[in-house]
Design a protein around this ligand. Sequence first.
Ligand code: NAD
Length: 370
Amino acid sequence: MIRTVRVGLQARGYDVLIGSGLLDQAGGRIAPLLKRGRTAVVSDTRVWALHGARLAASLEAAGVAVSPVLVPPGEQTKSWEGLAEVCDRLLALELDRGDLIVAFGGGVVGDLAGFAAAIYKRGIDFVQIPTTLLAQVDSSVGGKTAIDTPRGKNLIGAFHQPRLVLADLDVLSTLSDREMRAGYAEVIKYGLLGDFEFFGWLEAHGPAVLARDPQALAHAVARSVEMKAEIVAEDEKEAGRRALLNLGHTFGHALEAETGYGEALLHGEAVAAGSAIAFRFSASQGLCAGQDAARAEAAIAAAGLPTGLGAVADKPFAADALVRHMAQDKKAEGGKLTFVLARGLGETFVAKDVNPETVRRFLIAEGALP
Ligand code: NAD
């Protein structure tokens, strides 16, 4: 069964299809979007080796010529150099505005190929075929594209919506358990930020999702995408409610920055720890019940994800260094810090006026060095 979620952005609206066997249907679904039957498929070498042949066969069977543009796996590919390389390859292929780019991979490939699509010949259409759980529930939907620079993550980018998203659940069978858990952190995030019922469902069915039970996985991905689509349709450029999707991200980004954005701490793991910390911070400020914070933490821990500072690095973090990263966050304004905080499970809000000193003291209580 294929589930369809519409991202309702009028002329820029599109469908997200979720289900099994979508790679084999990709040709038939993408061909109608093309003017002259040509695509460049941007992918990383790992994903391409595992699943590229199936995607290429499906596109070719539908009369679509495929030019693979392969990049190395890993966050370091989402760079100026990676972008230049991809754009140069697209130019060499003489890809035209009537052609289309397919982003086939995790969030790294989606962000990089999406940004290349946003700027290539002033903008060309693209389709997302996300292959990690994180990319299926989060990064492939909503049109945020970006690269990192030495000064920080995702600082250069554009809003560029895809024409179509194909989330084939079968490709997740080759994903490592660790990447699966990292993506699951974003799934829990949706429950925590705005859907108490979904959170309760995840408390019961989280193990089945992580074990890739097809029905549990389909529900988890579809509900996450529905929530993202609804929020994006209401607030495409993050003037308001879309910021709720950043639950766990202010704390999480600081942890990622301190651990070097790599294998030591995956983005999803940082979001998991950041979400648990955001709930405890909310409880410490009397905003939500301590019981709710404990329940959020328990659900995250049950998935084998980190819930605090101690679990993510072998040496303690310095509170000052973490607060410094938070102050550099894109969302920080006028000496105050911005966080998504909680009034309860499934009830969050954006707080733009958090005092850095309050956060510093809280982090020390959480085990950071003074
Ligand atoms: P990723 O793209 O680096 O993929 C993780 C690893 O899994 C890679 O080594 C990749 O080769 C491998 N992989 C991918 N699919 C596989 C499969 N099916 N089987 C086996 N291996 C597979 O990481 P990610 O977690 O998908 O994405 C993280 C990136 O997403 C970050 O750069 C983050 O900033 C970005 N992001 C963007 C948004 C957005 O809205 N644009 C939202 C969240 C995260």
